[in-house]
Design a protein. Sequence first.
Length: 447
Amino acid sequence: MPAPPRRCRAQLCAIAAAALAFMSGSALGAAEARKVSIESLLYDLKSPDPVRRQVAVRELGIARYRPAIPQLIPLATDPAASVRRELELTLERLRDMETLPGLVALAADAENDIRARAADALVNLHLPHTDGVTGALTVIRERIVGRPDAAQDLVIEPDVPVDPTVVSTLRARVTDSERGIRRTAIRGLGILLARPAVPDLLRVVREDRDDGLRFDGVRALRKIGDTAIAGDLAALLNMNGDAVRNELIATLGAMKYAGAVPDLARIVEQTKRTDPACVLALAALADIADPASAPLFARFRDDKDDLLRLYANEGIARTADATMKTQISAARLVEKNAWVRTAQAFALLRLGQSEYLDELIRGLDSWTTRDLAKEYLLETQGADRQALFAPRAASATARAGLADVLGLIGDPDALPRLQELSRDSDKDVAKAADRATKRIAVASSGQ
């Protein structure tokens, strides 16, 4: 088709511009018509029309109007499920501790989806809005067996208060009819370090027929860390289900339960070297560090399997078997695996060679060894601890990692170094130092 004459083109452009202006004006008018004052929205919360109540709840949530929280919470018992559903979403958006009573009520809602989201929101409200917390370290053994998702690592920071009604609400949901809600409750109780829930979680581990939920129950108990139940967990080591058994092994190690040493040694002796249970049991023995395990550590120090060598060296470090110093020094000269070399440095440090402290700090630089180096640095003792607190040249990554370690150690003697790091030119280092300072303050106050 030939192009229209210039005059026609001009007319077409004028018509199009007019149409666009008309449509824009209409859209603007419609938008203005949709704008409703906050006062009107608050008024509509008491409207007899459930649609108007639902719209008002949604708009207040979109506006994130927190002063409306006291007027929103009563709608948790609204007769219309659509209003309660909208309310739950709005309370999530507001992310304010004042919404707790509403979320607690919605976590017992008759509608499964409302109940599920509210239970999840109760836990999330206690966590940073961005990426998780750093109160727990991811250690290498966590990579041996797969984990369902990253939420398994989360715990709240020590200065975050948890209202008892939140714990009681989640405890009630442990026996919910919906599996997903039960999982949320079990995991949430672990994340919130809810010690009153230990009997509920132990019951799940003992009696539930769902291995996934039993796994979550053991993991939650590991986070809470109530060593009084370690014997109860050890009695379950022979249960069927590899994932649950492996989690029990790791938990007994984390609790440093010496009563489990014979059973863990039997697992190491009787399972194949390629079986994750063998590696996890040796790792647990390295955590417990009972002198009776020294012959096992010596035997596996030169094993062909990297992970078995790793945990054998950990065990030697923690049992402080001085007779192994020469052998470890010689083995480190030819060792190629970065994890094992880090464990060897840890062993040599614990056996009196303080120069290996700097080796562990350098380990914070690499993503391969960072978590392992943090784990070992947390165990720094005596004169080496003062050396750890001293200023030193290090990369920004290592400085941030070191600040995390100092905060987790919780020693007030580290505060001068953390004050220096809080003024660091790297914002991640400064943020890590501020968080560490807060942790030490909480630990010192006895909270």
